[in-house]
Design a protein around this ligand. Structure first.
Ligand code: ATR
Length: 292
């Protein structure tokens, strides 16, 4: 294999967040750049909250083509951008910035990547009954894009934090004609709603490493034909995904959302089609390496 090195012509992209040590994005994007034979490089930048503005505006000075934005900066970056895509604006969070001749535009490819992961499997959520668990940042992006696509949503959150899900449902109702209901997360409510649901999305952290024996939905509530999308990618197969497979459900795991959000960012920065399969292979290898 020949050694590749950046040069004075190399186009630089990257990711800002804090912490950033465990990001999988460099592996995914650099593999994609090399695969396409384009002179791009992707770097991780640990940026403290009080310096987000300097980092974003610095894209212009350093001629950085694109940045991904991760926790905890997805909301804060917005005030330093020149333009914000309408979906990202509605969600209130940006995870991808494109620098087009010193004009910085923000997008939310977490949301569009989630939708693309479904569409790629031949599942269009338009007109479908979707159950979403959780009311945090990830749920917000997913709920908005699904409502915009014309899905009927039931969003659940724990009773102690019911206000969170009520506020989210109210906000989505203001900008969408889609039917939205908010419910307390308990077995009785889940059983009733899942009985007649098409798609279940886990946007909570339940089942994430190290708590891999936990699941947000009891096995008995899963059914054949239901689409179960768990956005957790560590572990690659959560207990929910394993049990959904056993129940005959159609499963999609968090790697698909991670890869598609990356692929859509890649396409904005390079104007080329992303090598999605390769990106998925590289991310899976990196995750399996971490698990060892
Ligand atoms: P993210 O930005 O990744 O969505 P978050 O904002 O911390 O992360 O949201 C995590 C979601 O998982 C929340 O809906 C949270 O519920 P609360 O609002 O009640 O905290 C949910 N969650 C986390 N642990 C949970 C648990 N043990 N049972 C049920 N829901 C849980």
């Amino acid at each position: 294999m020949t050694f590749w090195s950046p040069s004075g012509r190399t186009v630089v992209c990257g990711i800002i967040g804090d912490p950033i040590e465990h990001t999988l994005s460099p592996v995914m994007h650099n593999a994609a750049f090399r695969d396409k034979g384009i002179d791009y490089l992707y770097l991780p930048f640990r940026v403290k909250s009080e310096r987000v503005g300097e980092a974003v505006v610095g894209m212009k000075a350093l001629n950085i083509k694109g940045l991904n934005v991760t926790i905890p900066h997805k909301v804060t970056v917005m005030k330093y951008l020149d333009k914000i895509d309408s979906v990202a604006e509605k969600i209130g969070a940006v995870n991808t910035i494109v620098n087009g001749n010193d004009v910085l535009t923000g997008y939310n490819t977490d949301a569009s990547g989630f939708l693309q992961a479904l569409l790629d499997r031949g599942i269009d959520p338009a007109g479908k009954k979707v159950v979403i668990l959780g009311a945090g940042g990830a749920s917000r992006a997913i709920s908005f894009i699904l409502a915009e696509r014309g899905a009927y949503l039931t969003i659940f959150n724990r009773a102690v934090n019911f206000k969170r899900v009520k506020d989210l449902a109210d906000r989505i109702s203001q900008i969408s004609t889609s039917e939205i209901q908010a419910l307390e997360l308990n077995r009785e409510n889940l059983e009733r709603v899942l009985d007649d649901a098409d798609i279940l999305v886990n946007a909570t952290s339940v089942g994430m490493s190290p708590d891999i024996n936990e699941t947000p939905v009891a096995y008995g509530l899963l059914k054949s034909g239901l689409v179960v999308f768990d956005i957790i990618y560590n572990p690659v197969k959560t207990r929910l995904i394993k049990e959904a497979e056993m129940a005959g459900a159609i499963t999609i795991n968090g790697i698909d959302m991670l890869v598609w959000q990356g692929a859509l960012a890649f396409e904005k920065w390079t104007e080329q089609k992303a090598p999605v399969n390769l990106m998925k292979i590289e991310v899976t290898k990196a995750l399996e390496g971490n698990e060892k």
